[in-house]
Design a protein around this ligand. Structure first.
Ligand code: THU
Length: 134
């Protein structure tokens, strides 16, 4: 049995979904990414009339964190109405910085629907070490 993530992070991820801009899918996603120094970065999905320009909640949180100087992370909590799983693009972007990240999915009723390492969600992932050194 693994210990559940702090309740305050679950609640923060659910609260982050309130800010989702989702006029097209109506699927709200909230995320809280924790840096190893304990700082927290919230994110929501932000959609666009040009559909491919949408950004997911997890990448919103990641880009906020990196743009404020954080590059090491230990936990992300992702909240959706059905406890859904992070998409491939988000897995890939998170893998760049934190292949051993703990990824917890929850639903809006605070139920934990998944608790994985990012490595297990992206086996044989491609990362910085796969590029030739220069
Ligand atoms: N979405 C996320 O925010 N994170 C994911 O990992 C999966 C999908 C968003 C994108 C889009 O705004 C909506 O959910 C439906 O795909």
């Amino acid at each position: 049995m693994t210990t559940p993530p702090p309740l305050e992070l679950i609640q923060a991820a659910i609260a982050a979904a309130d800010f989702a801009y989702v006029p097209y899918s109506h699927y709200r996603v909230g995320a809280v990414l924790r840096a190893t120094d304990g700082s927290l970065y919230r994110g929501c999905n932000v959609e666009n009339a040009a559909y491919p320009s949408c950004i997911c909640a997890e990448r919103t949180a990641l880009v906020k964190a990196v743009s404020e100087g954080r590059q090491a992370f230990d936990l992300i909590v992702i909240a959706t109405q059905n406890g859904g799983s992070p998409c491939g693009s988000c897995r890939q972007m998170l893998y760049e910085f934190a292949p051993d990240l703990r990824v917890v999915m929850v639903d809006f009723a605070q139920r934990i629907t998944g608790d994985f390492t990012l490595r297990s969600l992206l086996p044989e992932g491609f990362g910085p070490n796969d590029l030739p050194q220069r």
